[in-house]
Design a protein around this ligand. Sequence first.
Ligand SMILES: Nc1ncnc2c1ncn2[C@@H]1O[C@H](COP(=O)(O)OP(=O)(O)OP(=O)(O)O)[C@@H](O)[C@H]1O
Length: 614
Amino acid sequence: MSETTSEKHVFQAEIQQLLDLVVHSLYTDREIFLRELISNASDSMEKLRHIESTEKNVHDPELPLQVVVTADKEAGTLTIQDHGIGMNREELVENLGTIAHSGTKAFLEAMKESGGTPSSMIGQFGVGFYSAFMVADEVEVHTRSWRQEGEGLVWKSDGKTGYEIEDSPDAQRGVKIVLKLKDDQKEYAEDARVKHLIETYSNFVGFPVLVDGTRVNEVEALWLKNKSEISEEEYEEFYKFQAKAYDKPAYRLHFAADAPIAINALVFVPSENPERMGLNKIDPAVALYCKKVLIDSEPKDLLPDWMRFLKGVIDSADLPLNISRESMQDSALVRKLGSVISKRVLKMFDKEATGDPEKWQAFYKKFDRFFKEGVATDFANKEALAKLLRFESSMTDAGKLTSFSEYVTRMNDGQETIYYIVGSSREQLEASPYLEAFKKRGLEVVFFTDAVDEYVVEALGEFDGKKLQSISQGGVDLDDAEVEGEALSEEETGKLCEFLKEEFGDRVTKVEAGKRLVDSPVIALVPQDGMTAQMRAMMKAMDENFKDEVKVELEINPRHPLVKKLAETKDSNPDLAKLVAGQLLDNSLIAAGLLEDARDTVRRMNELMEKAMG
Ligand SMILES: Nc1ncnc2c1ncn2[C@@H]1O[C@H](COP(=O)(O)OP(=O)(O)OP(=O)(O)O)[C@@H](O)[C@H]1O
């Protein structure tokens, strides 16, 4: 190379800033440089394919479209060569000396705002070609343009202030980048390290990537293939590879769409739930690709958080190539993409759940918490999610699950409400006095026995226009049912209620005769704005100093012998009546799980026993 053909150039100010950032980037970010360079090579070869489809006069048309990566341990260099479109002199200056993309500028702004400290943002967003300077203190770009008239050139820089362009007569069509690795980055001159990086970041690049003469990226971009060309085994193998999984996928969604966004998606639903085994919250793992180039393997803002158990790949050709440079969170396109995919996933779940209810139940029993979380957090998909929920009810056999939709088909004529009760187990709920009136009237009651269920129904509010109503709370309107046995007169009942109200004072908000009870004398209901037993337990678990006086509505059963006897005793022996009344209230609180301090209860019980035995 003669001195006379060497041209010296100074980097644009923004490139200097960018270089400053990448050079000081954190160690873990650095390895992404290879992904960036291989992506550029792949882009360039894709452009060449386009050109070849219209132009006849491509220089050296027989050169293979592949990326050759050569690690030279002795020389301490790493070389990445492609036979894409290459660059002429103007293009070298234009592309490698100035920053044209607004994305990079935005990235720089964001970095400046965050105090200019290089962060993991580099790894996430990429900084393109300049990331080469994270690992190299000298970079050479040998290139020759695809155009027939052209010259071999080499662009050289130490990544500090500027670069030189010289002749490179032997340069082949395309680009050959030679990285002179920094002393502390020599690991990238090792085949094994390089192969591992390619497998991690560039496995699905659409051109062969060769190291030491063998192709490394062997896995095909399965999601871009036609469904009919893929066997079950291939799907399974891909799932295991891509999700690093050992189980078989429970469900799968593979689709392609052009509108409103170009999407090729292959989403897997695992059959085992790692969070269920008491492990920590998992990270989202549906990777985002743009034309087979990995953008983010764990995109946080693509799908709703509750879908974090899904695996697979979403590839959208509509994502701008520089999406990697922008904050994905702010991208309307990424939001749209996420929304389209979420809808498709929910549709798939619905189809599978109705198509094979047994399989869905088995799956749901392991993954229910995700769907419940979705109901409470994913407002846009709440209704679709509600259809997927499953639970036991007073009309299912123990261990068998049903859905809200099925509940609705079993509703009585004129029934407008979906009734539910929350408790710790089916056995406890079946024995609860709350259920009596509903059983008697043939009304189905949903059993919620998971600690989070109460929050889920609260978030849900209704299903298919039908209100969800807790039967352990006040405000339930029931029709008259045929009840046996003679009741106290209205007048006697009124007087007894007054007596009780006076006796209980602030502990009750009201005392009324109710239609709910069949076998029990009284029942305690939580007022509609009050805190249920489950909520109290939750509050106490979170705050040991939590205190909130229990206030209930008391419903009495005017046909129950104990109640009838009490109405008499309150006049003949008020002291005994007060003891019995106090005990009845406590008993009802125990049944409701609301008795917080049993000392009075025990004392009173002892007194009653003494009296009973004379
Ligand atoms: N291997 C290559 N062959 C041909 N041109 C290249 C090659 N590598 C880089 N270039 C040119 O240099 C430009 C700048 O590259 P850089 O990686 O910084 O950004 P980009 O590739 O455009 O953006 P991104 O990396 O976000 O996709 C590219 O747009 C391209 O024109």
